[in-house]
Structures are given as structure tokens and as C-alpha cells.
Design a protein around this ligand. Structure first.
Ligand code: FEO
Length: 397
């Protein structure tokens, strides 16, 4: 038995939790799992909004059936085609052969491309509405949040925004479905990790989406991941505004690679001096231990970044190379950067990190430090100078 969870009198949550998948997009760790949220409007035309990842289909169908008790779904709104949401579309279309699939022009092309479905489709355009009986669904295009076909669906009567990936979060819904049923603050880190790694590259499209949605009276935001918002909407909109403008707070992320501990010792030296200078928020990561998605999430949070790497085959350490490559792809703006590194016979890492700082167009702070073999007094003091320069820059920003 399952007692359906209501968003309103006739709108139901039909999402599922996934605590088994290790990597989202086969890339990002899901230490706290992930929720795939779907919603059901029980009206004259029974309408499903998005589906779930296909491996969760049994749990999903059980939730649908608990609401519909055998009645058929008439329409499926597809706000986003990424398979964590659209993965069950083909099965739903087979189970309900008369169902009409609703999406925009790009969605319909992807429905054909992914599933070979070319009939029973309804194309919607910016601002258009469809009526289900007692509910009016209005569609707004939100391209690149997070794919080009992404859109959101606003139910006018209930003032509920079905926002696809936007305002979503990693992490399962452990009993609490709504933000006022849980310790919502515990979701902020996973919400930022989700945003920064999924949509972080698309700050400008996110800004456009926020501007477009600012004209709506929104009482509830129902994303395809994470808690349904009905209490913390202003805070989350504010976070999205800050993140998409690449605004950040006072703090330093130190990320380093180290084979034998020498570069790590430089990182420790930098961190200690930062603390002596009054920097409270210092986040230090060994890139060989911590997945880049967590480091990037903190770089979205804090203004300063200090990177350190040993020279490895005349290049950066491969795990630092992976981080800086991902940062370049993400295109985070307006950060301060300091760099350091070590080598045994010929240094290349600091040169490569300087090139990265220039390529990503961050403001370089302090004098780069490169040590040969073990950390000695001169470079130890140089690491402290680097930290001092960064602390001063942070205070004056
Ligand atoms: Fe949650 Fe872009 O899919």
C-alpha cells in the first residue's frame, strides 16, 4: 500500500528515490543518493509531468497506480529530455498507447531521436497554455537549464512551477518531500553541487530564466530533483541568482595534488598563514581523494582558489589536470587565484597553472611558488607570502 503525497487537492508527487546508483551521469558521486521527481495531475485529462530514470520504473508505476487506480494517463508533459527524467517515456507510451506527449519543437525532435516516437505529439511554444479540465498549464522555455529543450510548466490555478532541473538538488527525500518537512539547510551543499556541476556553465541562460520566471506568482516549486519548495523559495531564488552571476563569499579553496607529501606540505603552509591572517573559511582538498564535483561546488561558494601540483612527466599531475580542464569547461568567472607546485628535476606544474589562470581569466594574486624536492625555508616563507597576498586581496575585494 502507498498513500499518495499531495501538492494540492488534485496534484500528486509520483517521484522515487535512488540510493543504489553510484555515479550521476556515470560521473558524479551520489553519496547521498538522488531523487527523480515526477508529478501527476488528476483532472479530466490525467496529466503526468516528467517521468523517472528507467531503472526505477516499478516503484514509479506503483505510485501512479495508487493515484489513478487503473485509469489511463492522457498526457505526458516532458519538461526535460535527459534520461534521468525522460528514461521511462517509451515505457509509459507503450503502457498508454493513446497518450499525447507534450513538449517544444526541440523536445519533439529528441523524442524521435531517443525513442523513435513521431505521433501523438503536441508541440507547445513560449507562453502557450493547455487545459486539463480544472488546471491551466502554461509553458516557458528555459534553454540550457540544463539542455537546449528544457522548459518549465506553470499551473496557473495552483501557482505551482514544475521547474525541471532548475532549483533541484542531489540527495534523496528521506521521508520529507517538502522543504518545510525537513532540515532544509542540509540540502544547500548538495543543491550547490548539483547546480555548479550541471548548470554552472550556463550562468547567462540561468539569469534569463530567472528574469522570465520573476513575473510569475509562485507558491510552490516542484523540481525534478530534491525537495519541493514551498517555504524557502526566496532563499533558493537568491542562491540561483548569486551562483549564476558567479558571486561568492569570502573564503579560500585550496586544491592540491601530491605524490610524496611535498606539495601537500606547501598547501598546509599556505592554509596556516591564511588562518593567521583571519581567513575563516578555508576548504582544502587533495584532488586525488576528492571528486572534482565537490571542489567545483566550493569554488562556486568562495572567491579565492589556490592550486598546487607537482610536475608529472613534464605536465601537471593528472588529477590536477582533470580539475583545471573541468574548471575551464565550466567557465567560472570572477575568482582570485594563487598557484604553487613542486618538482624533482625540472618544473612544469607552476607554468601550467599560470597558463590555466590566464586561460580562465581569473585575477592572479601573489607570486607563484615552485620548490625543488623537499620544502625548504625560502619556499616555505614564499608560501606564507602567497597566502598573505591572497588574504589581503580578499579583504580588499
Ligand atoms: Fe536531471 Fe538534466 O537532468
Amino acid at each position: 500500500m502507498y498513500i499518495p503525497v499531495k501538492l494540492s487537492e488534485n496534484i500528486f508527487y509520483a517521484g522515487v528515490n535512488d540510493r543504489r546508483t553510484a555515479l550521476f551521469e556515470n560521473l558524479m558521486p551520489l553519496d547521498k543518493g538522488v531523487a527523480y521527481n515526477s508529478y501527476l495531475i488528476n483532472d479530466n485529462l490525467i496529466t503526468l509531468i516528467d517521468t523517472v530514470e528507467v531503472g526505477q520504473i516499478d516503484k514509479f508505476l506503483k505510485k501512479i497506480d495508487a493515484v489513478l487506480k487503473g485509469r489511463k494517463i492522457d498526457r505526458l508533459v516532458i519538461n526535460h529530455m535527459e534520461p534521468d527524467h525522460a528514461g521511462s517515456v517509451k515505457i509509459i507510451a507503450k503502457l498508454y498507447p493513446d497518450i499525447r506527449l507534450i513538449g517544444n519543437k526541440k523536445t519533439l525532435e529528441m523524442i524521435n531521436g531517443y525513442f523513435g516516437i513521431t505521433n501523438n505529439l503536441i508541440e507547445v511554444k513560449e507562453g502557450e497554455t493547455l487545459n486539463t479540465g480544472h488546471h491551466t498549464l502554461q509553458f516557458f522555455m528555459t534553454p540550457m537549464v540544463h539542455w537546449p529543450e528544457a522548459m518549465v510548466t506553470y499551473v496557473q490555478e495552483e501557482k505551482i512551477l514544475f521547474s525541471a532541473d532548475a532549483f533541484g538538488s542531489f540527495g534523496t527525500l528521506d521521508g520529507g518531500i517538502f522543504d518545510d518537512e525537513m532540515e532544509f539547510a542540509t540540502f544547500e551543499d548538495e543543491m550547490r553541487r548539483y547546480y555548479s556541476n550541471i548548470a554552472g556553465k550556463y550562468g547567462s541562460p540561468v539569469q534569463k530564466a530567472l528574469e522570465k520566471l520573476s513575473g510569475l506568482d509562485i507558491k510552490m516549486i516542484a523540481s525534478t530533483h530534491g525537495p519541493i519548495l514551498r517555504k524557502h523559495i526566496p532563499e533558493v531564488l537568491n542562491l540561483y541568482n548569486r551562483w549564476s552571476r558567479y558571486e561568492a563569499g569570502e573564503g579560500v579553496v585550496i586544491a592540491y595534488a601530491s605524490m610524496y607529501g611535498n606539495t601537500e606540505e606547501m598547501a598546509e603552509t599556505v592554509a596556516r598563514k591564511l588562518a593567521e591572517e583571519g581567513v575563516k573559511a578555508i576548504r582544502m582538498y587533495d584532488v586525488s581523494k576528492t571528486h572534482f564535483s565537490y571542489i567545483i561546488s566550493d569554488i562556486f561558494r568562495y572567491r579565492s582558489v589556490i592550486l598546487g601540483s607537482p610536475t608529472y612527466n613534464n605536465e601537471l599531475h593528472p588529477n590536477m589536470e582533470a580539475l583545471v580542464t573541468k574548471l575551464l569547461h565550466t567557465g567560472i568567472k570572477n575568482r582570485y587565484i594563487g598557484v604553487f607546485g613542486s618538482c624533482t628535476w625540472a618544473g612544469a606544474a607552476v607554468k601550467k597553472l599560470n597558463e590555466f589562470a590566464s586561460a580562465i581569466n581569473w585575477e592572479q594574486v601573489g607570486i607563484p611558488v615552485e620548490e625543488k624536492q623537499a620544502l625548504k625555508e625560502e619556499k616555505y616563507l614564499a608560501c606564507r607570502e602567497l597566502a598573505l597576498a591572497m588574504a589581503k586581496r580578499l579583504k580588499n575585494c
